[in-house]
Design a protein around this ligand. Structure first.
Ligand SMILES: [Fe+2]
Ligand SMILES: [Fe+2]
Length: 146
């Protein structure tokens, strides 16, 4: 596991909500928690590369946004939605959970809210959000194709 994930996300990993995410199937053979860890690892790699090339991206925001981007899937009302509706519902619910249960900042909340771009048409506001969008797509394809 990327060292930044435990450095910046240990409280999330230990939380009841994240543990619950190990029981929520995602992309057929994965779970929301496993997928979120994959996304965090990939997003850290992308952010690290960009930071070595002159960017100044907060690894903390990237890790926390990645770990929580699909946390809305743990809500039972979201789980009951049809797939197309779930695509819109889980970023909204996830943003609420990130604010109320994890006290995330506005950057992390925007990352979660906008991570389904381009299915949801409004894009992320910050570069860390774009990194999570990219990492999410890469990991989703890997998991579905595995
Ligand atoms: Fe998602
Ligand atoms: Fe995802």
């Amino acid at each position: 596991m990327n060292i930044n994930i435990t450095k910046y996300g240990s409280d999330i990993l230990a939380s009841d909500r994240f543990r619950q995410a190990y029981g929520v199937t995602h992309h057929y053979r994965s779970t929301v928690a496993e997928h979120s860890l994959h996304v965090a690892g990939e997003a850290c790699r992308i952010a690290g590369w960009l930071n070595r090339h002159g960017f100044s991206i907060s690894c903390e925001d990237v890790v926390r946004g990645s770990l929580l981007h699909d946390i809305g899937m743990t809500d039972s009302r979201v789980a009951e939605c049809r797939p197309w509706r779930k695509a819109y519902a889980h970023p909204r619910r996830g943003t609420d959970i990130a604010g109320s249960e994890y006290r995330e900042n506005a950057v992390v909340q925007n990352t979660i809210r906008r991570h389904m771009w381009p299915i949801c048409v409004i894009p992320p506001r910050h570069i860390s959000g774009w990194i999570v969008v990219a990492a999410d797509k890469i990991c989703s394809i890997r998991e579905i194709a595995a």
